[in-house]
Design a binder for this molecule. Sequence first.
Ligand code: WT7
Length: 662
Amino acid sequence: MDDRNGWGRNRPEPTGPTLDPPETFAEQANVTDAVDDQPLGEQFERNWPECWERAADLLTWNESYDTVLEDENAPFYEWFTGGELNAAYNCVDRHLEAGRKNHAAIRWEGKQGERETYTYQDLAVAVNEFAAALRDLGVEEDDVVTIYLPMIPELPIAMLACARIGAPHSVVFAGLSADALATRLDAADSEYLVTCDGYYRRGDAFNQKSKADNARLSVEQDVETVVVDRLGDELPHVLGDGESDYHELREAFAGASVEPVSRDAEDMLFLMYTSGTTGDPKGVVHSTGGYLSQVTWTARSVLDIQPEDTYWCAADIGWITGHSYIVYGPLALGTTTVMYEGTPDYPDRDRLWEIIDRNAVDIFYTAPTAIRAFMKWGEEYPQRHDLSSLRLLGTVGEPISPGPWRWYHEHIGNGECPVVDTWWQTETGAILISTLPGVDEMKPGAAGPPLPGIDVTVVDEDGDAVDPGQTGYLTIPRPWPAMARTLYDRDDRFRAEYWDRFSASNAGVWRYFSGDTAAVDEDGYITMLGRVDDVINVASTRLSTMEIEGAIADVDGVAEAAVVGRSGSQGSTQICAYVSAAGDQNPNDALRESILERVETTIGPIATPEAIVFTPELPKTRSGKILRRLLEDIANGEELGDTSALRNPEIVGEIQSEREQP
Ligand code: WT7
């Protein structure tokens, strides 16, 4: 792995004063330490890996497993082998059988103020009907169904319908471009797509189907497509060959019931594409048994979800956070999960607080990027509403510095709700590092200790554990149930990206490398410091700098581009692109526009650079390697080190004097 950014830059900020878990919270928490006075972590350690049966026990299995962990073929670990279950059954049917059919499963808050509640019974009807329809369209067990939908109820319904018939889903974030969808359809050889006509973005109707159409045109296979009519007359659309209407299908299969397919624990539940070190996205493969067990366990132990709660994770289901903690975890626990469409500032900056107030939300889970925005907007917005229903707050996606942490704790949690800062990744499937809210003291700025059963080691270049207070690479020396099983069709890349660097495979030692840097303190609390690879977390969304560079380099008139992350306020990251124009061209506004447009059409608006700086040349070593590290220092206004290794040191001054423009 190219450690071009190094990890010397980031130093852990001192954490804030520690806070004990509030007593009133601890008294009611799902998970406490007190089993015969033995801390949970110790209980897990004494009995590892069998301790994970505790997670598997939260599910209903058709066939019980023989082996908890099968590690013969590491790093392709298997969990709960021999076991069989169905994820949709666990998230829907079993709650009906438990007499909770009229309990609200999903509360949906639409962009235009629409509201819908799906009880578990309603959800069962929808999932069965759509599962029947998918089968009728030809979907068979193990066929990958791509879902390209915004935050509307049909998204989780489609996911669960797939799970019911054993067809892995591959959800593509609705804001991604036609090109991005095509890449994912192609990579997974997916012949089925569920999408919609369009959706509202800041009040405007936005055409999704035309993006889906373009993607279908650019892949080789035929793609049977289901279209959800979200906008009605607002955006009329015509269905062509190989396209059917979601609502008509539901009607055609009204009242259908589809037996949930019994899946092996190791069968793929879904695929999720994410950014990696090279340009093309990686298809992270998640299992059925291990994934669902650990996601359900962490939803219960870390997010403290109880069946009678109204729980809200304000993420998008198009990313892993939404898969694990809007859909699978909360529904497996039989709680009410809120999903909302839109943005926190539309129609006004109190949208989220209004939703919490009206739904009496108990648990709220969001990202630091949102919290920084709330902070900037000011406390008057939350103050307009009664937030006293809240019991627990969570954050995920990026490091949260002590300032925003405290603001969240005080202004949203009234100084009373514990805050869990949860570290995990698309590849980990479930939360791995966090405090247990009823047990552990909180240190604002540090995510917390590894959860019971999880082993995390921060190591130096040679793989040796660093001393407390030192920074290093975050590695995980032991497998865990929800871990990615492989990258779709790319076992080799799976090993290369996550295992090769810190494993000694000859000696049978396997160690997962997260791509993150971190520091660990005397108490074993881990402070996350950011990525070392070509991945940047912008607005809590993971992007590949190389993918963005590739898009920019495709623009006519661009010779070369280098993209780096730059620190914004309160620990945010912004995308900064350094671009040299081809020939003697003078870079102009038209070129700038083309670049912005190209990034938007090849990846999506989330990847749009905050700043583009034109430079006659990029700084390069004598061997021609772009020195991104130096550009990162320039972007961050840091003092520059020795530039003598450069072939073109004179360029540094030029870049620094270049006035950047958005
Ligand atoms: C990367 C994974 C799975 C959650 C959503 C993002 C960063 C995630 C934290 C946290 C500091 C965090 C890491 C990680 N990250 N949570 N609590 N503190 N950093 O999933 O898109 O796969 O990104 O997000 O850098 O590697 P993802």
